[in-house]
Design a protein around this ligand. Structure first.
Ligand SMILES: *Cc1c(COP(=O)(O)O)cnc(C)c1O
Length: 802
């Protein structure tokens, strides 16, 4: 489809904006505030998106195209205004139109709150994929909950994280289109009665309570394409009157089931890589999938009038196990409402669903207490038990497995329902998110399943919305690359490789260095404005931004900073390249050790800043409230990208890809996608240190004793002792004990190698032409990590769209 439908002139943009100002917001343009201009501009953009979506979906429908439904409890969208105008190709006419009215478009961006409907990488991935699906013109709908409160806003007070509710709707609502006529009723609780009548098995659900799911639609446009993705967000509302109770004569009860409903879409659980076993979370999960599956079935029926070809025309994707219940929910509809036999229904389900695993951490694998589950979802519980019964029978009879193996693979075990096993048993495809992670899934997490059904398992390495972090967030670098190789790479990121030809072009390298400096200054000015803090743009910008988690090892970074501080105190005249250590991370509110790590970093920042002997050499800066918008300022300004998780623990990482695309050099372990980054740039253009995943396993098997390292390594001992004895008047006894006696993520084992890698990075940085060359090679090699590539692999190998 042509993009020419948006032959958008500044005049037309101006008329659109004026109309929304005057008719919807009831304000004259010369009296409107930036906030009102933001809303009017967003409404104008939404109109263009909606028109484009209608054309795209009508065409896809009439051609009988297979649809992708991407189910995810999280979509971490960030802001939409710039992305929409940019992807629609109307940024310049809108800029001019606003200029004509005396308004600066950049100021309007600042009016928009982040749509923070996610915790971190998993939710951001879902958002990146909507962008890429639209760009590839693949018809797709994302499904999620319309959380009234997104991920909390972080305030650091006296070095401690505090959380504030994220009220995003006042500014974010403008992107949503309510579709109350497409609401869906979702049932909870009650009991099941079964009987046979006229040769049919009847299942009747009684005494349930109903929650209404109201859809709110958002659009994500493709770039230079006719595609638009739909994101359908469900809001929970209690139904006006419960007709079941009403008809039974329970007049009061019919009006009485109020607050239960609305709580469901109130707030996003703020845990990353950790399960929440609460009933409300289970309610949220079933609410999402019941509403979404009903919606998918309804849309299919509208086009085809039959479910016979459902699997042929629908691919439903399960983003981590959170939406697993879509599997038994589709079974329920086919069995109870459509009269399908079990085998027939199971065939449809198997051919429809695919599952992406996001973590191998034990604490993140979802399990539900069977009784709790049964009381909330009695029919779904029955269906899962039947899936389990048939699975176990098949494993014994067809695959001749022994009881221990079957017990491992069963969906029900220890009185718990294991969501990952249900996904693997039911889906035709199971993928990890990097080569290494997919290997670990096959060899370890799901080894018994992989032994009998190896063809089910595959890999799709994650990708990012590269245009957001390059084209939109890094215009200077975009211009340089465009001057070198033309602008085609923005549509086809594999062409970014052509930029590699300029690796020895002194002029290009110098421009690249100047751009990095400009981006560092932009970050410094932003920070100065926000907090008054001053950064030294001549120091190395060393960045670790991601959720705070022990496995990501921010505490190792902190310990190395502490050791370096101690070393500079001993010998202030040693060679040392000034370095700014930038951190950004939210901790789960209930994760105590993570909060202590934030406190440690903030304490180091204060102690070093108040030490005139060291403050010109080292500076620690903890950036408050790391989110997508902050990442867009940060990524282009970074020089060293810290990706230092314990090998085998980070499934992929995508922050590593955003930083590489901005020209940062990765300092990291061979974990997740770092392995593939190393392959793409070559070992000379990355700083790899520490144990490999295999070495980690071997070391654990041999018995790991951090106490021995503490005793033998004076640098480690001195830094750890400072945690115990006090730094700047603060002590960190829990962190100290955890590292010395337990060290679950082997910080001490990797510490020396990490310290050496940091020193090596200084040596490289001192040779600026060499460092600039490494930077350019990283940018040129980052094309493969574009979400367009990843989505293409899903389309071809998993969803069978082409
Ligand atoms: C990309 C991104 C992440 C993921 O970062 P990792 O380093 O891959 O864990 C988390 N949060 C935000 C806001 C992001 O943009």
């Amino acid at each position: 489809m042509a993009n020419s439908a948006y032959d958008m002139s500044a005049d037309r943009a101006s008329r659109l904006i004026r109309r929304y100002l005057e008719e919807d917001l009831q304000v004259e343009p010369d009296r409107a505030s930036d906030q009102q201009f933001y809303k009017a501009t967003a409404m104008a953009a939404k109109q263009l998106l909606a028109e484009k979506y209608r054309r795209f979906s009508a065409q896809a429908g009439s051609q009988g195209k297979k649809q992708v439904s991407y189910l995810s409890m999280e979509f971490l969208l960030g802001r939409s205004l710039k992305n929409s105008l940019y992807n629609l190709g109307v940024l310049e006419p809108f800029r001019q139109a606003l200029e004509g009215m005396g308004v600066n478009l950049e100021n309007l961006y600042e009016q928009e709150p982040d749509a923070g409907l996610g915790n971190g990488g998993l939710g951001r991935l879902a958002a990146c994929y909507l962008d890429a699906l639209a760009t590839q013109e693949l018809p797709a709908t994302g499904y999620c909950i319309l959380y009234e409160y997104g991920i909390f806003q972080q305030k650091i007070i006296d070095g401690w994280q505090t959380e504030q509710p994220d009220l995003w709707l006042p500014g974010g609502e403008v992107w949503l289109t309510p579709r109350p006529d497409e609401s869906v009723a979702v049932r909870f609780g009650g009991r099941i009665e079964e009987f046979w009548e006229e040769g049919y098995h009847h299942v009747v659900h009684k005494d349930y309570t109903t929650v209404t799911a109201i859809p709110y639609d958002m659009y994500v446009s493709g770039y230079h394409s006719g595609g638009v993705s739909l994101l359908r967000l469900w809001q929970a509302k209690r139904p006006g009157v419960d007709m079941e109770s009403f008809n039974r004569g329970d007049y009061i009860g019919a009006f009485g089931q109020s607050s239960l409903g609305e709580a469901i879409s109130k707030i996003l659980y703020p845990n990353d890589s950790h399960t929440e076993g609460k009933l409300l979370r289970l309610r949220q999960q079933y609410f999402l999938v019941a509403a979404s599956v009903r919606d998918i079935v309804k849309r299919h029926m509208d086009i085809y009038g039959s479910l016979e070809n459902f699997a042929e025309k629908n691919a439903i994707h399960i983003n981590d196990t959170h939406p697993t219940l879509a599997i038994p929910e589709l079974m329920r509809i086919l069995l109870d409402e459509c009269g399908y036999g079990w085998d027939q229904a199971w065939d449809v389900v198997k051919n429809t669903f695919a599952y992406t695993n996001h973590t191998v951490l034990a604490e993140a694998l979802e399990r539900w207490n069977s009784d709790l589950f049964q009381s909330l979802l009695p029919r779904i519980h029955q269906i899962i038990l039947e899936i389990n019964r048939r699975l176990c029978a098949e494993l014994y009879e067809q695959y001749h497995l022994d009881s221990p193996a079957v017990a491992q693979m069963a969906i029900l075990g220890d009185h718990e329902l294991r969501m990952a096993n249900l996904c693997v048993a039911a889906c035709h495809s199971v993928n990890g998110v990097s080569g290494l992670h997919s290997e670990i899934i096959r060899r370890d997490l799901f080894r018994d399943f992989a032994a009998i059904q190896p063809e089910k398992f595959c890999n799709v390495t994650n990708g990012i919305a590269s245009r957001r972090w390059l084209g939109q967030a890094n215009p200077l670098l975009t211009d340089l690359i465009t001057d070198c190789i033309g602008g085609g790479f923005l549509k086809d990121f594999s062409r970014l490789a052509e930029f590699g030809r300029f690796r020895d072009d002194a002029q290009v390298l110098e421009r690249l260095a100047e751009i990095k400096r400009q981006n560092k200054l932009r970050l410094a000015e932003y920070l100065k404005r926000k907090t008054g803090e001053e950064l030294n743009p001549d120091s190395i910008f060393d960045v670790q931004v991601k959720r705070l988690h022990e496995y990501k090892r921010q505490q190792m970074n902190a310990l190395e900073i502490l050791a370096q501080y101690q070393s500079l105190k001993d010998d202030p005249d040693q060679d040392f390249t000034p370095r700014t250590y930038l951190f950004g991370a939210k901790a789960a509110p209930g994760y105590y050790l993570a909060k202590q790590i934030i406190k440690l970093l903030c304490t180091l920042a204060r102690v070093i800043d108040s030490d005139p002997q060291v403050r010109d050499k080292m500076r620690v800066c903890y950036l408050e409230d790391y989110n997508v918008t902050l990442s867009e300022i940060l990524m282009p300004a970074c020089e060293i990208s810290e990706q230092i998780s314990l090998a085998g623990k980070e499934a992929s990482g995508t922050g590593n890809m955003k930083l590489m695309l901005g020209g940062a050099v990765t300092l990291g372990t061979l974990d997740g996608a770092n392995v593939e980054i190393a392959q793409a740039v070559g070992r000379d253009n990355i700083l790899i240190f520490g144990m490999t995943a295999q070495e980690v396993e071997a070391r654990k098997a041999a018995g790991y004793h951090p106490e021995e390292i503490y005793q033998q390594n004076p640098i480690v001992r001195r830094a750890l002792d400072a945690l115990r004895d006090g730094i700047g008047g603060e002590t960190f006894p829990d962190l100290y004990r955890s590292l010395r006696y337990d060290d679950p993520y082997m910080v001490l084992a990797d510490f020396d190698a990490y310290r050496a890698a940091r020193r090596e990075s200084e040596r490289l940085y001192e040779n600026r032409p060499l460092f600039n060359r490494m930077s350019l090679i990283n940018i040129a090699a980052s094309g493969v990590f574009c979400a367009d590539r990843a989505v293409g692999e899903y389309a071809e190998h998993i969803w069978d769209l082409r």
